[in-house]
Design a protein. Sequence first.
Lengths: 882, 470
Amino acid sequence: MPASFRAGGGICQITLGFIALGLGSSVWGLRAAEVSFEKDVRPILKAHCTHCHGEEEKPEGGVDLRLRRFMDAPLESGGTLLVPGHAGRSELVQIIRRGEMPKKGKKMSEPELAVLEQWIAQGAKTTRPEPQQLPPGALISEEDRAYWAFQPVQRPALPEGGLSGGITPVDAFVGQKLKAAGLDFAPEADRRTLIRRVTLDLTGLLPAPKEVEEFVNDPAVDAYERLVERLLASKAYGERWSRHWLDVVGYADSNGYAEADSVRPQAWRYRDYVIRAFNDDKPWSEFIQEQLAGDELAGVTHATTQEAVLDPRRRDDLTATAFLRMAPDGTGDTVDDPKLAKNQVVAEQIKVATSSLLGLTVACAQCHDHRYDPITQADYYRLRAIFDPAYHWEAWRTPAQRLYSLYTAEERAKAAAIEEQAKAIEVDARAMGKKFLDEIFEVEVLKLPEADREPYRLARATVEKSRTPEQKALIKKYPSALALYSLNLYDLKKQGEVDAKMAEATKLRATKPAEGFLMALTEVKGQVPVSKLFNRGDHEQPKQAVQPGELGILSGATGESFKPVALTSGSSGRRLAYAQWLTSGRHPLVARVLVNRFWLNHMGRGIVNTPGDFGRQGELPSHPELLDWLADEFVQSGWKLKSLQRMMLLSRTYRQSSVSAPSLKQDPENRLYGRFKMQRMDAETLRDSVLAVTGALVQDSYGPPSEIGRDPAGRVVAGVDKGTITLFKVESGGKADFRRSIYLQVRRTRPVTVLETFDAPVMVPNCEMRSQTTVAPQSLLLMNDTFVLENSRRLADRLEAEAPGDAATQIRRAWLLLYGEPAPEGAVAEAQAYLQEQTQSLTQYHHDIQHAKGAPKPNPPQEALASLCQVLLSSNRFLYIE
Amino acid sequence: MHAGGFGLGSLALASLLQQDGLMAAPVKPATFGEATYDLLPKQPPHEAKAKAMISLFMMGGPSQMDLFDPKPMLTKYDGQKFPGEIKYDNLAQASSKVLGSPWKFQKHGQCGMELSELLPHLSKVVDDITLIRSMTSGVNNHAQALYAMNAGRTTAGRPALGSWLTYGLGSETQDLPAYMVLAHPGGLPTFQGEHYTNGWLPALFQGTVIRPTEPRILNLDPPPSLAGRPQERQLRLLRAFNEQHLSGHPGELDLQARIASYELAANMQTAAREALDISNEPASIKKLYGVDNPVTRDYATRCLIARRLVERGVRYVQVLNSGQSWDQHSALLSSLPKNCAACDQPSAALLLDLKQRGLLDTTVVHWGGEMGRLPVLQNDAGRDKWGRDHNTYGFSMWAAGGGLKRGYVHGETDEWSHKAVVDEVHHYDWHATLMHLFGLDHNKLTYQRNGVAASLTDGQGAKVVRELLA
């Protein structure tokens, strides 16, 4: 939502914007009658005054503005703070009018002051009796509690008008607001647009021309429904949709934090777990529980995990806990302050967990009470206490100490047996070397004078540190006779024999079964540290102890939350209890936050368009009833994402055209969804689609990530890094270089250039919403980057192979492959003329320069075709999803 | 400010509507969708002193009482309990031990401006700068303070200053991005893209980030066989296809912006390389900035590049640090000198260099962060751990050129360098003043969104600080 919704003083503007778009709704209670202290006045005082006047231990000047009745206290100056009915005689107003207050921060705006005056003029009343006692510090007021995001989700009734004429529930809510703003849905997008849109959306890949034609020509009324089903069932669906979650989670294959940014070689198992969860349509209640408390579900602690990872079901649960291991983590690397580094891991992880699941900026309360939302610092540490037994930052386990071997008993025995044999071979090899040296010595020693032979023999047989000075002198006198080391100096061939024997051991060791490891989060049995509030977030200054618990505002809203029960495994049970509460269906935020993200990813704009912040600094929902309806539906249908997606995808809202002049004019940011929001392909979709249309994409799923490296031009590309400190170099990694982007290694300090340029996030620690930029480096990449040039050539080769020498057919084919539609004849002619011209230029070019000997023979027509393919791949028609 | 809630909004609305007699009238529809935007140079409505700006942004909050704002009282009370009243972030949690600046201050230049020994190079150019000692930036958090200093208000997602300037004035060059960001080799500052976001202004006005090491811009070289005319021909065809596509999507600003970005990219292929290449700068210039010294090399190179960009018509250049490296909650004694050593000489050199080229008169150089620090000690766990906490109630920054006074100190904090007490300059006043230097009116440079005119300083009652003007 527009920032005016977040804007501070521009209150009139906020409301104008609201009304102009017809968003005023009962939930927000837009009524302009009596001024209410609780609703209207207190927020102003909270924003400008109570920070000094009430929320600190001692209110400044003895003035406490948290409650109305406190304002009757006489002022130190003798003046009267409040004279009900007479704003002009109230010091509260006068001191602001004189500009003396607020001393710091924003000045109170004229409309705000007007509200204050009006309230006093109306008698300075409260709506309700005020509480008799207040706890010190920030006040969680009735209004805080009444804030929309903290209310339990209640399924709203569908808007009047029902669901006739292909209108889905989604459309009923959206349509209602459109209508109120004098708008209507755009007409349904044509089938070509629709299949391209939904295929890219669900799979991150373009539809094949054949699929497009089948859909366009499918006379069945449920053609679109079947298309959606096919896509939801495809493997590519998980490879695409897992990406959205991995953004939020901050997935990376490296540790970050420290300069080393060491590789996290086992992270990919979690990535695969997520992909499978999406493809299997695992209920999100389970998905969340496993990620937060898979170890407790599996009934293990640190000591018993090693055994449990061999059980496939429990292994899955344990793999999921890597969710809580995704934060940047420098504790295995060299860092300036190791303690700080540990604390930072926990802090970042809490940030990830809360922004992803609660949609609140809980992390702001790490050092002090939250400035905008009713989250106290004590709340923060209560929440942190849920996770403390697992992290236990004073009995810290480094990344290497959290790995559990995936060897089975047989594999382990086999590996041990192989190791034994290898060691035996090494013993033999060493003995062989010694034997050779002894033989050589017997020859060498004879070259010494007779008298020195026996003493030398003795000196050689004595270990070095026990030799007498005489013995040492003797050896120094005849150094070459010693023959204790360096067989190669005496006899290269014999050294070769020893080396060959040693190599047998190495070779044998390579036959051990590969040992995989699982990175997991577990607790150590019986170790439950006392959680403490850290003064100013500083781990060096622990203060009072806290118990694990829900944020006050969230438990208060529904009067319930969770109670940890220690588990028989010895784990504290805190995370499991918390996860069960989060997924109970009664938590006010989790389902809302999730469905909002799903909606955002389909529609290009969130109902709450600050998906990681549902608090007061975030934006308000454009369609609060729709949000609640979806959240409830999600929970009622068993937390199944695919069914929710069907609801969204089959709606008219999703299926409408992206072109609508009235909507664009009246609502350019598309807050009302009066058209489909045109979107640029995101980074991964772009790279994968380019590879797919050229035929180069390798659809091998799962497993360790493809490597990346820096090429001589400084780009980070798929391939095997062969660089040194002084030289960038990358070699082909074969098929692995052409896998889908989700399988490329995510190195925090080395983002892949193609992806980074098109706004793929760098995970520090996670990404709540991607930006969509339009900057010149993107154009430069499409013009000059090897990735684009190579794939343009590949595409040209593909076209030439399919229709040799037939430019017109090639052009038409390219249109179908890239755009999913027949090429307009005008464009074909234009492209043909272009090919002719470029062929001439290129012929001239090759004629003019001296090619190196042995260079491939130039092929100007084919190069011209490649340059045309590049134009098509760089075009807006390709880059944008309509 | 959601703290306002909707009840308040409705009231304010009601009074506004009554004032304007609009209560019954339909709200005027906003005009959107037809506008097109470009980066052609635009004449500002008023006389402009400044044409370009270089922002040396210091994320984290440089410690003003150790750099710019000498306070004998701090030295006097060093190590003692803070005797006055202090505006702590949170009373229960702050240390109350005064920390006198461990560094000496001295008067410099004809103007006699007092600066810390940590800034020996800036000390030599004090007669060219305006030092503001009474800045305030609102909320005591990095994020909100950054938004305030960099984008006008304490809320996220708003267009950065550089976007507003390029939106209002376009660019003097069509060969380089109008708004360029020079990132630090250690990575972006915290809140990353918020530093250079176009917010809700059209995408055309967003900052383009330049890589911190060579190659500073990737992909500037066309493949040899396409270089020159073949690539021009290619881009002509691309443009034709894109225009045809746009005609089916009239008013889509993103599509327009991308078409424009190809034009710019084509020009950048030659212009950017030349602009970013400092190898032909004379040795004396490199030495002046400190390119030859490993300690200053990175910052010197980026300052020098910033000058070259402004020289070539770029409207706004921001030079960034990484993380929030000025956020000295601890280890102040070792890390503050380190930070200063890296940027003092290059920053001062930038002023000298612009001046000797006659560019300082039309270029605003700004050096400062989003906040300052408290007079009391934080992290009292040994001298090497000492630090200072946040302070947005009074801090310092300097600026020069583009019509600002020279050798001038504006405003004062109290005797502890805690709160601004004389001539407080709010972040929005500073922005209003900047806009004024550029011949713009901060109230009138607006962008229509959702039926209202939004501006950089939006409804905060910002005022041009006349005393800063030369």
